[in-house]
Design a protein around this ligand. Structure first.
Ligand code: ADP
Ligand code: MG
Ligand code: ZN
Length: 480
């Protein structure tokens, strides 16, 4: 039998913080402005400009640290990480090496063998770089510094993960905590959350860590899974062939399902780190830290408990609704307006999730307002619109948050409830299908379904099938 191997994985996760302004200047962090419009001498690295720390960045970093059981460094500093690259106008990145703001934490993840702790070595604050645009012209590269100075935290895990499932569970857990805190929307696809995967293999049962490689450019859970599976196999094959594993950065090419070497891993020394002389150290007082602790929101587990108690929702619903703070808030605010918790939950679990999947969106992108969703639920309850119409309105609300009343009015979707027009159609349907009528009277319950269907067809769906059924029963009873 061949040797057994164990995979060892540690993650470096960069998260873009949801502050309004950049980390060391007052420029906007808004995404998508015309190139180089959200810039100033500080984030363009002009000589003589001075950085000033954005207090909100420190708050978010500390909140994430508290939520992940870290020790908070009471005296923390910024350091310069020197490197030359055109996306970095200062020729150094302001980061934290010696005294990162949070250290020695952990988060809990659920695995096949129960829950497990993944250690967090540290969380540090740093600035993002600008963006190089290579493909517009053949012979030059363009630079957009709008992203330069956007605040990041880097969350460095211990090498505690053993397979792709654990890595995904860890990232999901971080995303959940951070989005509940409102510190970031953590979107892998859009780059507000970026994961670098460090991976090594070792013979099962041994303690010493193997030589690792680092993979970058992973922007979906699927890519992460495939990259991990590909890389562990590549390393095992090398070991089996008696060849060395080189410590290097590899780029995962998702289109071709393979990775290739990008560069040898630089020594930390190559960056010539030293304390940034322009930024004073940050002292964190007990009192301020207490305020941060008090500002921690209700997290998922507590929220699930409370929703169970207050709204009597089943476990399945609780699992789904609390998977994002945004969804949970929408649930609660809508329920406050329409007093129908289970119906709100059904809409969120059904149509909402279906549309999110179909449009490839994230719960954070939901724009439906609680007032509109509550109104829709009440309209459907009163029988003003039928189920199919309600779904259509919901979809319009999903895309544009339309007002359901005016939408239904405009599109003429209102149900004809117990009107003369409906009675007339019923009469026609009954007259046109004597066989079904006879079947129904002879006890064939199914026959009435057919008559309801025929009525709905003539009404072009603008009737409530339940009400139609009742009216038909009454009619057929009367006439027998
Ligand atoms: P660097 O300073 O080169 O970035 P770090 O020591 O900060 O290296 O580690 C970076 C990440 O790599 C951490 O998440 C750590 O857990 C992980 N890591 C370190 N050594 C290994 C290894 N041998 N196998 C897998 N992951 C590792
Ligand atoms: Mg590192
Ligand atoms: Zn600026």
């Amino acid at each position: 039998m061949g040797k057994q191997y164990e995979t060892v994985i540690g993650l470096e996760v960069h998260v873009e913080l949801a502050t309004r302004t950049k980390i060391f200047c007052g420029c906007s962090t808004a995404f998508g402005g015309a190139p180089n419009t959200h810039t100033c001498p500080v984030c363009m690295g002009m000589p003589g400009s001075l950085p000033v720390l954005n207090r909100k960045v420190l708050e978010y970093a500390v909140l994430v640290g508290l939520a992940s059981n870290c020790e908070i460094t009471r005296y923390c500093k910024f350091d310069r990480k020197n490197y030359f690259y055109p996306d970095n106008p200062q020729n150094y990145q302001i980061s934290q090496l010696y005294l990162p703001v949070c250290q020695n934490g952990y988060v809990e993840i659920e695995t096949e063998d129960g829950s497990k702790r993944v250690g967090i070595h540290e969380i540090h604050m740093e600035e993002d770089a600008g963006k190089l645009i290579h493909d517009t012209w053949e012979d030059c590269t363009l630079i957009d510094y709008n992203r330069s100075g956007v605040p990041l935290i880097e969350i460095v895990s211990e090498p505690d993960m053993r397979n792709a499932q654990e890595v995904i569970a860890y990232l999901e857990k971080l995303r959940l905590l951070i989005s509940y805190l409102g510190a970031s929307d953590c979107k892998l696809q859009e780059g507000s959350m970026r994961a670098d995967v460090n991976l090594s293999v070792r013979e099962a049962g041994t303690q010493k860590l193997g030589t690792r490689t680092e993979m970058k450019n992973l922007n979906s859970f699927k890519a992460i899974t495939r990259a991990i599976e590909g890389e562990q196999q590549r390393q095992i094959d090398l070991l089996e062939a008696g060849e060395p594993i080189v410590q290097e950065t590899r780029r995962w090419d998702d289109a071709n399902d393979c990775s290739y070497a990008m560069r040898f891993k630089e020594d930390a020394q190559d960056y010539r780190y030293f304390p940034d002389p322009d930024l004073p150290p940050v002292r964190i007082s007990e009192e301020w830290l207490e305020r941060m602790r008090a500002a921690l929101p209700e997290f998922r587990r507590e929220k699930m408990e409370r929703f169970r108690r207050e709204y009597g929702l089943p476990d399945y619903d609780l699992q789904i609704i609390t998977q994002s703070a945004h969804l949970a808030d929408l649930f609660e605010e809508t329920t406050a307006l329409c007093k129908e918790p289970k119906k709100v939950s059904n809409w969120l679990m059904g149509e909402m999730l279906r549309l999110l999947r179909e449009r490839e969106k994230d719960p954070a992108d939901i724009i439906i307002s609680p007032a509109h969703l509550a109104a829709l639920i009440l309209m459907k309850d009163k029988g003003e619109i039928n189920g199919a119409a309600a779904k259509e309105v919901f979809e319009a609300m999903f895309d544009e948050d339309v007002d359901p009343h005016s939408y239904v009015e405009e599109k003429g979707m209102k149900v004809e409830a117990d009107t003369d027009a409906l009675r007339e159609v019923l009469g026609q349907v009954v007259a046109a299908h004597p066989k079904s009528v006879a079947d129904y009277r002879n006890g064939k319950e199914k026959a009435i379904g057919f008559l309801v269907g025929q009525t709905m067809k003539v009404m072009k769906g603008k009737a409530d099938p339940g009400a139609v059924k009742e009216m038909l029963r009454e009619l057929l009873q009367k006439e027998s």
